[in-house]
Design a protein around this ligand. Structure first.
Ligand code: F6R
Length: 609
């Protein structure tokens, strides 16, 4: 997820762009840049890090332009460096482009363009757009050139482009990555979302997929890529700036929960090979031969990321037949882990900066193990220091409580289980079955999200209980722990997750009518066993919420409340099951009026040991 802002009008363009970028900083800020046109010449400036660095770079430069485009980057391909920051320029410097999204066929396009003599300065997928547009720019018609270029592109984009000899217009196009036009008085704006332009105008036009806009200071026209005119509707925005950054939701946590269908698409994009019943993970290609030889994986992580790792353990053991252990990163270095050339150490971390996980990876490296990462933040320390790895592509996670990063970690762990499994004994049919099921997950999550109001009512009913127990078996045991962690960290209600079968060995003593239990019992291979544990709780007058598979009417007969999720493969159940648990915790905390996005005593990235 990156942020785009474009401006054409009567104001100072660079100041307007900087203001807009600052309001999009929540979309990611590993680097930023602007390009303006003045006196028939494009000038571009870029800086690594927060937007303040770009502001410092521009101060005193007095570019004083009236048209420009800009970008704040959340890296997906290539490290967060100045070369990889946007805008990207054509070889002759006459065109500048900023892009949000992922160009899936960028490697093929890049090779073809190189053969035609184009020189690439960055490692990004986005730079191909600048060169591709240059190829079609011989008639000096920027919109035509952008249309022709985009016809060759596979993947997603929100782009804006400017050219030195069309110094009064910005071209903007969208497929999969949002763009909105802001309609002003003798000035117009383009941005990834309304937060960037709310300070200037409330009148907007949302671009739809497949649409392209030519925007000048006093006009705009929208067509498809074949130049067919599209009638558009002007909407009026009545959000405050803060509301708009949260996409109209009350908290970032809710926004991030709601984003999960999109996150699954992004974390699998270009990686699924259903025909061959396998996956392509570019970040592991260099170590594929080594991966064939490993016999053991140690997963190291903390908190929510560790629960994802525990679910990954079940997946890899069942489908890749590799022995897996999951360690608390904070404990790893105090043990004497037995590592050899047949062991890989895999760090799972949203931020890629967690001190304990980093220390564990360094220790594993020192002992000569192959180190791997599943990391969300591109270019973070863990991503840089591991031998190889896979990015989640979940986009920036702002709320302290991790939600969409967890689901994307589970998706990537599934992909790794398929990759490792197919290197070993997993059949093509099994691989294909898993991939086909992964492809259905976004729709299934959307369905769960539609029942958010029901979970909200349930949250109200249970908000005043001081304790909660979460139970699950097999794939849903770590999920029970994650459900309990979500609840305790944002609502401050004491909650614990247990393996359902373990409860009778002590913890069941806690149960009475004031200690509700959240039992995660999908219709899977351990369903009957779960029901036996639920009966044990009922016998002690415990209150029960059951999370189970659609169509399981039996649950309604025994539980106080039932939440349904769609059917899926047992290994993928946590990806669906976590969504109601996140919503339940979220609504309880918001009923209590707590600071959901910034719970007390916690930090988003724990960089101390
Ligand atoms: C809980 C949560 C934490 C993190 C943990 C690891 O909602 O967010 O438990 O999962 O601090 O952080 P990363 O994944 O950044 O290493």
């Amino acid at each position: 997820m990156c942020g785009i802002v474009g401006y054409v009008g009567k104001k100072n363009a660079e100041n307007t762009l900087l203001e807009g970028l600052k309001r999009l900083e929540y979309r990611g800020y590993d680097s930023s840049g602007i390009a303006i046109v003045k006196n028939g010449k494009i000038t571009s400036k870029k800086a690594v890090g927060k937007i303040i660095n770009l502001e410092n770079l521009l101060s005193g430069k007095n570019l004083d332009a009236r048209i420009g485009i800009s970008h704040t980057r959340w890296a997906t391909h290539g490290k967060p460096t100045e070369e990889n920051a946007h805008p990207h320029l054509s070889c002759d410097g006459n065109l500048a482009v900023v892009h949000n999204g992922i160009i899936e066929n960028y490697q093929t396009l890049r090779e073809e363009l190189k053969k035609k003599g184009h020189k690439f300065l960055s490692q990004t997928d986005s730079e191909v757009l600048a060169h591709l547009i240059e190829e079609f720019y011989e008639k000096k018609d920027l919109k035509h050139a952008v249309c022709e270029a985009l016809k060759l592109v596979e993947g997603t984009y929100g782009i804006t482009a400017i050219a030195n000899d069309n110094s009064d217009e910005i071209i903007a196009a969208r497929k999969g990555s949002p763009l909105v036009l802001g309609i002003g008085d003798n000035e117009n704006f383009i941005a990834s979302d309304v937060a960037a332009i709310l300070g200037y105008t409330k009148q907007v036009v949302y671009l739809n997929d497949g649409e392209i806009a030519r925007v000048t200071k006093d006009n705009f026209e929208i067509t498809d890529l074949d130049d067919r005119k599209i009638d558009c509707e002007i909407s009026k925005i009545d959000w405050t700036l803060e509301e708009s950054q949260r996409g109209g939701h009350d908290h970032f946590m809710l926004k991030e929960i709601m984003e999960q269908p999109r996150v699954i698409v992004d974390s699998t994009r270009g990686r699924l090979l259903p025909e061959e019943g396998t996956v392509r993970l570019g970040g592991l290609e260099d170590v594929e031969a080594k991966l064939r030889k490993i016999e053991r994986i140690i997963i190291i992580a903390c908190g929510t990321a560790r629960y994802a790792g525990l679910i990954g353990e079940y997946m890899m053991e069942e489908y890749a037949e590799i022995s897996v252990e999951v360690e608390f990163a904070s404990e790893f270095r105090y043990r004497k882990p037995i590592l050899d050339e047949k062991t890989a150490v895999l760090a799972v971390s949203q931020s890629g900066e967690t001190a304990d996980t980093l220390a564990a990876i360094r220790e594993a490296k020192r002992k000569g193990a192959l180190t791997l990462g599943i990391v969300n933040v591109v270019g973070s320390t863990i991503a840089r220091e591991t031998d190889a790895g896979v990015y989640n592509h979940a986009g920036p996670e702002i709320a302290v409580a991790s939600t969409k990063a967890f689901t994307s970690q589970l998706v990537v762990l599934t992909l790794m289980a398929v990759l490792l499994g197919r290197q070993r004994k997993m059949s093509e049919v099994t691989g294909r079955r898993i991939i086909e099921e992964i492809e259905t997950l976004p729709k299934k999550i959307e369905k769960i999200l539609k029942s958010a109001d029901k979970i909200k009512k349930l949250a109200k009913k249970y908000a005043d209980y001081p304790n909660f127990m979460y139970l699950g078996r097999k794939y849903c045991f770590p999920l029970a722990e994650e459900g309990a962690l979500k609840l305790k960290e944002i609502s401050y209600i004491h909650s614990e997750g247990f393996a359902a079968g373990e409860m009778k060995h002590g913890s069941i003593a806690l149960i009475d009518e004031n200690f509700p239990v959240f039992a995660i019992a999908p219709k899977d291979s351990v369903y009957e066993k779960n029901i036996s544990n639920i009966e044990e709780i009922l016998a002690r007058k415990g209150k029960i919420i059951i999370l189970t598979t659609e169509g399981n009417k039996e649950a309604e007969k025994i539980a106080d409340d039932v939440i349904y999720i769609p059917k899926t493969l047992e290994m993928l159940t946590p990806i669906l099951g976590v969504v109601p648990l996140q919503l339940f915790a979220y609504y309880i905390a918001s009923y209590k009026g707590l600071d959901v996005d910034k719970p007390r005593n916690l930090a988003k990235s724990v960089t101390v040991e």
